[in-house]
Design a protein around this ligand. Structure first.
Ligand SMILES: Cc1ncc(COP(=O)(O)O)c(C=O)c1O
Length: 398
């Protein structure tokens, strides 16, 4: 391992930090929040939740979108709708956030961790094929960084298993496309996140996208504490009662009001994020060979949602050294997921042991650049300079 050298960018050390993420007000969020508060409907099922759900359903063409308290909650609701039984398993990527597995483990499923493929960092169809057996009730995919995973390969593997439900954990991929198909429209269920780290935020929030009309009526009951309140509100029944299992999944209309202000600016927000991606890409790609790193890949037939921008260093120690050097210059780059199959809870919820070497390798080498809507061009250039200096200082033969 080469000796760690300090990059020579002292003048920049006086500059304010560039954070990893910085949520911003993009439009009429505060106006909408005031209207929600003044209107007096602060709980779930209000006008603003309705308007946000309409925008989301229009993008995916889905029959119903339920606004939830988080993406985790939306995943839990999808798991509840499956009526998982003892012995059932759900295949999830190892390289993802805990919620992707937790929601199904909590409903009693054994988890089977699947590896990712190295191009999109999405589920590896070949590994998926080797894991499918009669116990599998669902497969969960994540479109990492907002780049669609290999849906052609995954669909081919699942072609003769219509009993296996496909769930898209689309926490990163809102408004992305696989070929011409919207991310979030590809699974029977899709889930969204509006956590403050995402492209569109309301602090904590999410949505469950239902793509099979068969699920809609029951989902509404589970969503509303197991009651048929929704049917009552529509005048379909004269009182509402306890009908089924469920929980309190609904998003407060105050948060939905904030989120509506964000979603109204979706084209402007996505354009800013695309611009940042392109700026990083054009500044970094020419140096990959000379400095021994890879830039993130977006296959031609995908339109990314631009949730993040990452690079892969040659090995873990070097990635960690580069992060440390960048942070010393005030640039808050960071790593990402630790593979779930090696975590304490992942091992205890696993139905069986699986090998996920690509997940481990990517986890070791991945570095995420600061990425947010209003990161300015000069700041993006400062991030690039800090990275290139750190990559140079950590070149193995120096
Ligand atoms: C892939 C993925 N799924 C789910 C979640 C959880 O989202 P939330 O915080 O909205 O529950 C995250 C959070 O970052 C995530 O990255």
């Amino acid at each position: 391992m080469a000796q760690l050298q300090q990059p020579e960018i002292e003048s920049e050390q006086e500059l304010p930090d560039i954070p990893f993420n910085l949520p911003a007000v993009e439009g009429r969020e505060l106006e909408h929040v005031q209207a929600a508060v003044r209107g007096g409907h602060l709980s779930s099922g209000g006008e603003f939740a309705h308007r946000t759900a309409e925008i989301l359903a229009a993008d995916t063409g889905s029959p119903e979108v339920l606004m939830t308290t988080s993406c985790t909650a939306a995943l839990e609701l999808s798991a509840m709708l499956m009526d998982l039984k003892e012995g059932d398993t759900v295949i999830v990527p190892s390289f993802t956030f805990t919620s992707t597995g937790l929601a199904f483990a909590r409903q009693g499923a054994g988890l089977v961790f699947c590896d990712i493929e190295p191009v999109t960092l999405g589920l590896d169809p070949a590994h998926l094929a080797s894991l499918l057996d009669d116990h599998v009730r669902a497969v969960v995919v994540v479109h990492y960084a907002g780049v669609a995973c290999d849906m052609e390969g995954i669909r081919a593997v699942l072609a003769d298993r219509p009993d296996v439900r496909l769930v898209e954990d689309n926490a990163h991929g809102l408004f992305g496309r696989w070929r011409d198909e919207p991310l979030g429209s590809l699974g029977r269920f899709a889930t969204l996140s509006f956590h403050e780290t995402k492209n569109f935020v309301c602090g904590e929030g999410g949505a469950l996208v239902l793509n099979d009309p068969e699920d809609v009526d029951r989902a509404r009951v589970l969503y509303d504490k197991g009651t048929n309140r929704h049917a009552f509100m529509l005048g379909q029944v004269d009182k509402y009662t306890w009908k089924d299992t469920g929980s309190s999944f609904g998003m407060s209309d105050v948060l939905a009001a904030y989120l509506l202000g964000q979603l109204e600016q979706r084209e402007a927000v996505q354009a800013k994020r695309r611009h940042l991606h392109e700026r990083y890409e054009s500044a970094l790609a020419p140096h990959t060979e000379e400095l021994g790193f890879e830039v993130m890949r977006v296959p031609e037939d995908r339109r990314p949602a631009h949730h993040m921008y990452y690079v892969l260093l040659s090995h873990r120690d070097r990635r960690n050294d580069v992060l440390e050097l960048m942070r010393k210059t005030g640039v808050q780059a960071t790593f990402h997921y630790q593979p779930l199959h090696t975590s304490e809870a992942g091992r205890s919820f696993a139905a069986r042991t699986t090998e996920c070497p690509v997940s481990q390798d990517v986890s070791d080498r991945l570095l995420r650049m600061p990425f947010y809507n209003n990161l300015s061009d000069p700041d993006a250039d400062r991030v690039v300079a800090a990275f290139l200096d750190a990559a140079t200082a950590t070149l193995p033969d120096r």
